[in-house]
Design a protein. Structure first.
Lengths: 509, 160
C-alpha cells in the first residue's frame, strides 16, 4: 500500500516544531488524541487525529462458535451494542441459510434497531452536542455537559433523558434484557414482543413524538442561530455513503449501498451489501492504528467519504415517514438545495433521524407481526456472510467466515468511526487552520477541535471504564520533545497541572 | 416504566468481557442471586449496564437507598466505600457519567434530592478484552459482596 499524504497530514520538516497533544484518554477500547505541530509563530504545520479502536476485536471473535457471536459482539462497545448484535446476526443469517428471516423476526429486529437509533441519538445530542450549541464553544468546562444543560434548560434535558429511556425500553422488550440482549440469533429471533409491554410503550407514543419534534425544533433553531463565523465550521466536502431502501428511501436496517459525490451526484447506487469489498477497501498509514477506508475506484487519496446522519439525510431521496420527511425537506430548503458539509449540520440531521426513528417505532409497535409467528429460518449452509447496518454513527459492516466445525475462522469489522477516519481528520485540519493557526493555544480554542470531532460522535468512549481515569489531557513539548507542561482534567472535573504525560502520547508521533 | 419499585437498588456497571471491569456486574448478579432466597420479593433490585448513563437517573426514582458498584484503579484496599452526593460532571468527551453527575442529573430532573447513595469501588487492575477477572480481583470481589450483603440487609453486620 502506497502511503498517501494530504495537506497538513505530515509536516515537511517536523524537527524543531512545537507539539500540542489533545489526548482524551479512554482506557482500552478507544483511545483518541489530536497532535498539532506548530512552528515558532504558532503556525500549524501538521494535524493528526489518532484513534485506536477495535484493535484485537476480530481476534476476540475468531475461534468462537458462530452462534455465540451476536451476543459476544455486544461487548465490543458499550454505546451501540445493539448495532453490533444485529449486524452480526444479519451476517450469520447468511451462514445458516436463514436469510431472509421470517416477517415477524424482521419486524422485531427493525423495532429493536430503531429503538437503538432513538436512544443513541438522544444521548449524543442532549449529552454531548447540545452543551456546545447552547452555551457556545468558549463556555466553561463545567457547563459543557448534560448537567449544565439540565440546570439551564431543564425541560430540554428532561425530554432528552426520557427519549433515551424510551429507546432503551424498546430495546428491552425486543432483545429481552436492558443490556447483553439475546433476542436476535442467526436466522431470526428467539422471542417475540409481549403484548402488555408493547401496550405500555404504545401509550407513551404521543408524548414521545412530541419530544422528538421538539428535539428537531431545538437542533434547527440552534443551527440556524449560529453566528455567521460558525455556519461553515469545519466545512469539509466529502462523498457520502449509506444504505438506502427501495426507491432511495432512508433506511437503517437493511438495503443497498449508495455513494453520492460531494456535489450531490449519485456515483454508485443499488450496490449489494454482500459485495462491499468490490466497492471499498481499507488503507493504512504509519502514524495511526486505525485504517482509512476508501472507494476502490478512486484510490486511497481521493476515495475517502463520510458516513452518519449528515450523509444519510442527504444520500436518501426521501424519508418514508411524514414528520421526518417534512423536516428533511426543510433541511434541504434551508441550504438552498445545496449539499451540506459543515459538520455542525450533523446535529440537525441527527435529530431528523431521531424523529424518523420514533415514527418507525410507532409504526412497528402497531404491527401485529411483532407479537409472534414463525421466528426462525434455516436453509443451505454457507461458509461466509456479510451484515451491513446503519448504526447511529454510520455504516457498520460485519463479515464472517465459519468453518465446518461451526467455529468462526475469519472476522472483519468496519465500524462507523473507521469509515469517518479521514473525514474527521479533514475536519480537524480545517478547524486548526481556521481557528488555531497563528494563535496562542487556549482551552476554548482546543475545544473547537473537540466540537468538530464530537459532531461525528466517534466511539472513543469505551465499554470499560473505572473510577480515576482521565477524560482529557494536553501535553506541550518543546522542539527537542521535552515536556514543558502537562495538564489533565480528572474524572471529578478538576484541572491538574504537572502530572506525568500519558505514556501513549509518547509512544505515537 | 412505572409502578412500584424495589426500595433498594444495586447498580453495577462494567464490561463483562474486559477482565476486572466485570466486577460491578458480577457483584450485582451475585447479590441478586442471594437476595432471591433471603429477602422478600420486591425488596432489592439489581441492575447492570456497560456504563453509567443519563437515563439511569430514572432508575433511582422511588428508591430508599442506592448502591453503585464499579471497578476502580489505584485502590490500596480490596474495596472502598463512600457516600455520593450530587456534583456537576465534566466528562464531556465521553458518553458515560460519573455517579456524582448522575445524581446531579437526578436532582435537576426530579427537582428533589436523590435518595442516599453509596459507591462501592472494588480494586481492579486488568482490563484486556476477552480476559476473565484476575484472581486478586475475584478475592476482592468476595469481600465486597460480604459488605454489600450487609448493606442490603442480607447479613446483620457490616464487615470491617
Amino acid at each position: 500500500m502506497t502511503e498517501t499524504v494530504r495537506p497538513l497530514e505530515t509536516a515537511a520538516h517536523p524537527q524543531g516544531l512545537r507539539r500540542v497533544v489533545i489526548d482524551p484518554v479512554s482506557r482500552v477500547e478507544g483511545h483518541g488524541k489530536v497532535t498539532l505541530l506548530l512552528d515558532e509563530d504558532n503556525r500549524i504545520e501538521q494535524v493528526r487525529l489518532h484513534i485506536v479502536e477495535f484493535r484485537g476485536f476480530e481476534q476476540f471473535i475468531v475461534g468462537r462458535p458462530y452462534w455465540e457471536v451476536p451476543v459476544l459482539v455486544q461487548r465490543l462497545c458499550g454505546i451501540c451494542p445493539v448495532s453490533h448484535h444485529l449486524a452480526a446476526s444479519k451476517a450469520l443469517d447468511r451462514v445458516v441459510g436463514g436469510w431472509p428471516v421470517p416477517e415477524a423476526a424482521d419486524t422485531i429486529r427493525r423495532l429493536m434497531h430503531y429503538g437503538q437509533m432513538v436512544q443513541s441519538h438522544a444521548l449524543h445530542f442532549f449529552h454531548l452536542a447540545s452543551p456546545d450549541l447552547l452555551f457556545g464553544f468558549d463556555a466553561e468546562v463545567a457547563q459543557r455537559n448534560i448537567v449544565g444543560v439540565a440546570m439551564a434548560h431543564p425541560e430540554a434535558a428532561r425530554q432528552g433523558v426520557m427519549l433515551r429511556k424510551f429507546g432503551q425500553e424498546v430495546i428491552r422488550i425486543t432483545a429481552g434484557k436492558r443490556v447483553h440482549g439475546t433476542g436476535s440469533v442467526p436466522g431470526g429471533m428467539n422471542r417475540a414482543v409481549d403484548m402488555a409491554e408493547r401496550d405500555t410503550l404504545r401509550a407513551q407514543l404521543p408524548e414521545v413524538l412530541a419530544w422528538a419534534e421538539a428535539a428537531v425544533d431545538l437542533a434547527e433553531r440552534l443551527h440556524t442561530g449560529l453566528p455567521p463565523h460558525l455556519v461553515g465550521f469545519a466545512d469539509t466536502p466529502a462523498a457520502m455513503l449509506s444504505l438506502v431502501g427501495p426507491g432511495g428511501a432512508m433506511e437503517f436496517y437493511d438495503g443497498t449501498l449508495r455513494l453520492r459525490e460531494a456535489d450531490g451526484r449519485v456515483a454508485v447506487d443499488g450496490f449489494e451489501d454482500q459485495r462491499y469489498r468490490e466497492l471499498i477497501a481499507e488503507g493504512v498509514k504509519p502514524w495511526t492504528y486505525m485504517k482509512f477506508p476508501y472507494r476502490l475506484a478512486l484510490g486511497p487519496d481521493a476515495g475517502w467519504y463520510r458516513v452518519g446522519p449528515l450523509a444519510r439525510v442527504q444520500n436518501c431521496d426521501f424519508i418514508a415517514t411524514p414528520r421526518a420527511e417534512a423536516r428533511r425537506q426543510a433541511f434541504v430548503a434551508a441550504h438552498g438545495g445545496q449539499m451540506v458539509h459543515a459538520v455542525l449540520a450533523t446535529h440537525w440531521a441527527r435529530m431528523i433521524e431521531l424523529l424518523h426513528g420514533v415514527e418507525v417505532v410507532a409504526q412497528l409497535l402497531n404491527d401485529p407481526a411483532i407479537l409472534g409467528g414463525p421466528l426462525l429460518a434455516t436453509g443451505e449452509r454457507q461458509r461466509s456472510g456479510v451484515g451491513i447496518i446503519e448504526a447511529p454513527r454510520g455504516t457498520l459492516i460485519h463479515e464472517y467466515e465459519v468453518g465446518d466445525n461451526d467455529l468462526v475462522t475469519s472476522c472483519n469489522l468496519i465500524v462507523s468511526t473507521t469509515h469517518n477516519n479521514q473525514a474527521m481528520n479533514e475536519a480537524v485540519r480545517s478547524v486548526a487552520l481556521q481557528y488555531l493557526d497563528g494563535h496562542t493555544i487556549t482551552e476554548p480554542l482546543l475545544n473547537h477541535i473537540e466540537v468538530a470531532i464530537r459532531a461525528y460522535d466517534p466511539c472513543l468512549s469505551c465499554a470499560t471504564h473505572a473510577l480515576g481515569q482521565m477524560p482529557l489531557a494536553v501535553t506541550l513539548r518543546n522542539a527537542r520533545g521535552e515536556v514543558l507542561d502537562h495538564v489533565h482534567r480528572s474524572s471529578s472535573g478538576d484541572t491538574v497541572r504537572g502530572t506525568p504525560a500519558h505514556s501513549a502520547e509518547a509512544a505515537q508521533g | 416504566m412505572s409502578g412500584p419499585v424495589a426500595p433498594l437498588l444495586v447498580f453495577g456497571w462494567g464490561n463483562p468481557s474486559r477482565g476486572d471491569d466485570a466486577l460491578g456486574p458480577l457483584l450485582a448478579e451475585q447479590l441478586a442471586e442471594r437476595a432471591r432466597w433471603q429477602l422478600p420479593a420486591g425488596r432489592l433490585e439489581c441492575l447492570t449496564d456497560f456504563q453509567l448513563q443519563v437515563e439511569h437517573a430514572l432508575d433511582m426514582v422511588g428508591r430508599e437507598r442506592v448502591l453503585f458498584v464499579d471497578a476502580a484503579l489505584g485502590l490500596q484496599t480490596p474495596f472502598e466505600v463512600r457516600n455520593v452526593v450530587p456534583a456537576p460532571g465534566v466528562s464531556f468527551t465521553t458518553h458515560a457519567l460519573a455517579p456524582e453527575a448522575l445524581l446531579q442529573v437526578y436532582r435537576d430532573l426530579q427537582r428533589i434530592e436523590p435518595p442516599p447513595c453509596t459507591l462501592l469501588a472494588i480494586r481492579a487492575q486488568r482490563f484486556e478484552l476477552g480476559e476473565a477477572p484476575g484472581e486478586q480481583a475475584l478475592a476482592d470481589l468476595a469481600l465486597a459482596v460480604d459488605w454489600a450483603m450487609a448493606w442490603a440487609g442480607l447479613t446483620e453486620e457490616i464487615p470491617a
